[in-house]
Write a new protein. Structure first.
Length: 392
């Protein structure tokens, strides 16, 4: 018999349920054991974040910069613009709705679980460089590799990316459920968990509604540009949406997205170029989730929210998300660095961010790949107009 494989989302949900159920019954010694595991994992995560940024962003920039052509520039510009717009919509909606959903009386120290439940011991693993140093280094290396003729250093960068991707897929992601279990067990033992879960449910509801609204907006724009019914265009892409819900992978959904995009009348040349590219660079659904989740957690923490600083975070998020590895939960791992450096998220806030993000992972991926179809429609129409002007 084949072994039953449980996906990341079910494992995270099981970890949350077990943490909430057992946290109040576990003896303090066992809770401290999980607090120790969490402390060690947090150190590993802090050490890994600059390496993740350096490895993934370098190769992502090098690969995009190596390509050339008007269609590439057009697609990247539209995809990045859609990602920024989704982040700004999420920020505006969150600022308007979240204050009424989040109880201001929630104890702020609930995010600082590690300072209340002391671990038995901890090991310091200082990162090799700071997050911003890693990000700037990645930009310099990526742009340099894109302009070099030599392939030697590019091969080294790709091998380094493969090492870091395997670290994420084989070590960090499998340990996440244990980390999440420890966080929620500690919070339950301190009687702080139910107010957090209540907020989680409300925020997830808002994010789901925003995803639907974002797709309607994207296909309305595509419909206006192409002169076609946006609802019919969107309905044609629904098989890709539901495939992404099941696979939680933009890459695995490419064949379905490609076929449905062609059925919407996009030329084979444009569809074959735009859909695989957008599976990597268009992450408006994931960006929407990260902005909403981070904004909600900042309000729970009582952290100051500076509008201009947050817009800068959204702009940087759009770049960082391009480097997200193609594994479940990869997007949130890629952006932990700027959550830490630009918004001041500590280990406890990062843990809750991971849990809240992964709870909506399928919906974000589905929103991403469905929106790829709208971008393909726009690029196809603009390319037709460009060719017509050139011929005239």
């Amino acid at each position: 018999m084949k072994p039953i494989r449980i996906g990341l989302l079910p494992r995270i949900l099981i970890a949350i349920v077990m943490g909430v159920t057992l946290g109040g019954w576990l003896p303090l010694g066992l809770v401290r054991l999980f607090s120790t595991i969490n402390a060690l994992f947090s150190e590993l995560l802090s050490f890994s974040i600059p390496l993740i940024i350096l490895a993934l962003v370098t190769v992502a920039i090098a690969d995009i910069g190596r390509s050339a052509g008007r269609m590439l520039l057009m697609t990247v510009s539209i995809a990045y613009g859609a990602t920024l717009l989704s982040g700004l919509i999420a920020f505006g909606t969150g600022m308007l709705t979240f204050p009424s959903l989040i109880d201001s009386s929630t104890p702020l120290q609930q995010m600082e679980v590690s300072t209340v439940v002391e671990p038995y011991f901890s090991i310091s693993i200082p990162p090799l460089m700071g997050v911003m140093t890693a990000l700037v280094t990645a930009f310099v290396l990526g742009l340099g590799l894109a302009s070099l003729e030599s392939v030697a250093l590019k091969s080294v960068a790709r091998d380094f990316k493969e090492i870091i991707t395997r670290l994420i897929a084989s070590v960090i992601i499998p340990l996440l459920p244990i980390y999440i279990f420890g966080i929620f067990a500690c919070m339950t033992s301190l009687g702080q968990v139910y107010s957090i879960l209540e907020v989680f449910v409300k925020i997830i509801g808002v994010i789901f509604v925003l995803h639907i609204g974002l797709l309607l907006f994207q296909f309305t724009i595509a419909g206006l540009i192409t002169g076609r019914n946006p609802l019919r265009l969107l309905s044609t892409m629904l098989p890709a949406y539901f495939t992404a819900l099941g696979t939680q992978s933009s890459a695995a959904t490419i064949p379905v997205s490609l076929e449905q995009t062609r059925r919407n009348g996009v030329s084979d040349e444009v569809a074959s170029f735009v859909i695989p590219l957008c599976a990597t660079i268009h992450l408006s659904g994931s960006t929407l989730k990260i902005v909403c989740c981070s904004l909600a957690l900042m309000m729970m923490l009582g952290m100051p929210i500076d509008g201009m600083q947050y817009i800068g975070f959204i702009c940087m998020l759009g770049v960082t998300m391009v480097a997200a590895p193609g594994v479940p939960g990869g997007a949130i791992m890629a952006c932990l660095g700027i959550l830490q450096s630009m918004l001041g998220f500590d280990e406890g806030a990062q843990a809750l961010m991971i849990a809240l993000y992964i709870a909506m992972d399928s919906f974000g991926t589905a929103c991403n790949v469905t929106g790829d179809g709208a971008i393909a429609l726009i690029v196809d129409r603009l390319s037709q107009r460009s060719r017509a002007r050139a011929a005239a």
